[in-house]
Design a protein around this ligand. Structure first.
Ligand code: GDP
Length: 336
């Protein structure tokens, strides 16, 4: 009757050993251990959640020592080619590069825009690189959380340059901006993907705009677009006193302009470390995610109540018939 398999103490000992071994491999930079740890964190299985918490709490004190770069751009702008080019250069300069993706559309379309297996073929071969497609999830909040936890694990595994990539789906750019030290926007010259089509919010978030595919016949158009963006930025309030959004041209395919991008990143790091804003931005992000998680949790607890949709519908019609005020209805729903 007293099966050792259900002895909770034995189970706990087993998990402790398991976590320690996995963490020790992760800390040694073993890619397989890092992959496994991220899979645990991404898992929705109840049994995995204790493991995930255990490994994260071990990793947390060793996290934070990286540069987190957010990259966004429409599909086809050349993100993976650009990241491959930049990544190879970073590795040549002694960095360990992890590339994570945020793509909440993968859960909706069941096929990720970013998840193509052939992406970054060369980078993926390097043992100094780690590439992970977007975690699946039904909400951006869920996907973002898993990505933030993956960042912690990558950092504990010694990756000192983390690239978080996204396409502009819904609010995913805002999420990436809220978890990175620097936000890079890739654009194309002409092709309707110019100033008219750009969301103002994205311009405000960007620390650097790179007009990509500035090669061949596209060179002149790219230079023109660069000037256009610079002029537009002049008309906007400066991002902050210590950094104004820069515009560069590059060709990920021909490896041109990538060095200049790296230089800008170095310049930004030097300035923000010196004036304390590097840490300030990170601290602000930590608190943002704390409050965001509370909000998300409260919302999902509320909307997951049984019959909540019917109750909302019923109270909505009562509000519209002026039988009850909107505030009273809300209070009733919230159970006050
Ligand atoms: P993503 O969807 O943003 O990741 O874009 P990809 O990197 O997959 O590139 C989409 C297409 O554009 C591919 O056919 C690439 O070969 C091409 N491409 C990517 N970068 C460049 C570039 O710098 N110059 C040119 N001419 N083509 C590029």
């Amino acid at each position: 009757m007293d099966s050792p398999h259900i002895n909770p103490f034995l189970k706990r000992t087993k998990s402790t050993v398991h976590i320690s071994a996995l963490y020790s491999d992760l800390k040694d930079g073993k890619i397989s251990a890092l992959s496994k740890a991220i899979t645990l964190v991404e898992s929705t299985a109840v049994n995995d959640s204790a493991f995930a918490k255990g490994i994260l709490s071990k990793a947390l004190p060793h996290s934070g020592k990286s540069f987190r770069l957010g990259i966004t751009g429409v599909p086809g702008v050349g993100k993976s080619t650009f990241i491959e080019s930049l990544g190879k250069q970073l590795i040549a300069s002694g960095k360990k590069v992890a590339v994570l993706a945020i793509d909440p559309s993968s859960s909706i379309t069941r096929g990720s825009i970013l998840g193509d297996k052939t992406r970054m073929e060369e980078l993926v071969k390097s043992d100094q690189a780690f590439i992970r497609p977007s975690p699946a999830g039904t909400t951006l909040g869920g996907v973002a959380r898993k990505t933030r936890e993956a960042i912690i694990l990558c950092e504990a595994a010694g990756f000192d340059f983390i690239i978080i990539e996204t396409v502009g789906v819904g609010q995913s750019e805002t999420a990436v901006h809220s978890m990175t030290d620097f936000f890079l926007l890739l654009k194309l010259a002409g092709a309707g993907d110019d100033l008219q089509g750009i969301k103002r919010g994205i311009m405000e978030m960007a620390d650097l705009i790179v007009i990509n595919k500035a090669d061949g016949e596209n060179r002149t158009a790219a230079k023109h677009a660069k000037r256009e963006f610079q002029n537009a930025l002049h008309l906007m309030p400066q991002k902050n006193q210590y950094w104004s959004t820069k515009v560069l041209t590059a060709s990920g395919l021909n490896n041109e302009g990538i060095e200049e991008v790296s230089e800008k990143l170095k310049e930004f790091i030097a300035i923000t470390i010196e004036n304390g804003n590097f840490k300030k931005r990170r601290d602000k992000q930590e608190l943002f995610w704390l409050h965001q998680t509370i909000e998300d949790r409260l919302k999902s607890e509320f909307y997951n109540q049984t019959n909540i949709e019917e109750r909302i519908k019923d109270l909505e019609s009562q509000v519209l018939q002026k039988r009850i005020t909107a505030f009273e209805a809300a209070e009733l729903l919230l159970g006050h």
